[in-house]
Design a protein around this ligand. Structure first.
Ligand code: HEM
Length: 143
């Protein structure tokens, strides 16, 4: 005969196993912010500002807005756990020869950050996305 203590332990262990097996997988940051639609709005807003910026706007002369927007959405989607696979040029390839300076990199990042804020992302969501973009810095500047 099992003691009531053992019965309680056994029941608790079974509950853990059952709950562990049925719990839903953690939602990706991509889904949390509203997926493709949210990213597309963020980059739409940011690109309008980037293309007209007096310091960095000139880099984008002749670069089709839709192409850049689509590539940025795809790349960020992949970086934040979405169901995408970036298939554009490598970061070094697409920024090589541009001679982008570090301060110019930060001007661009601030536009992306501002757009994230404007569409209503939380600071935490903003920072989690920026954290994924930060390492790309070294593949875009002084090339
Ligand atoms: C985290 C920062 C950055 C990310 C994630 C990023 C991402 C990208 C992506 C995905 C593309 C498209 C590549 C393709 O055509 O397949 C691209 C192209 C481009 N980026 Fe960036 N970029 C960053 C920083 C910058 C900065 C700071 C500048 C300039 C101030 C810049 C200027 C450009 C230009 C001019 C192109 C078009 C190149 C071409 O088509 O010839 N990028 N970037």
């Amino acid at each position: 005969m099992m003691s009531s203590f053992l019965r309680t332990i056994t029941a608790t262990l079974i509950a853990f196993v059952v709950l562990g097996c049925t719990s839903t997988p953690k939602q990706s940051l991509y889904d949390e912010i509203g997926g493709h639609q949210t990213l597309n709005t963020i980059y739409g807003v940011a690109i309008t500002r980037i293309y007209t910026d007096p310091v960095i706007g000139h880099y984008f002369k002749g670069v089709p807005k839709k192409h850049l927007r689509d590539q940025l959405v795809l790349q960020t989607c992949e970086l934040i756990g979405g169901p995408c696979e970036y298939d554009g040029k490598s970061m070094i390839e697409s920024h090589k020869g541009l001679g982008i300076k570090e301060r110019e990199f930060y001007i661009l990042v601030e536009y992306v950050q501002g757009a994230m804020r404007d569409v209503g992302l939380t600071y935490q969501q903003e920072n989690r996305i920026l954290k994924q973009l930060a390492p790309i810095k070294y593949e875009t500047i002084y090339l």
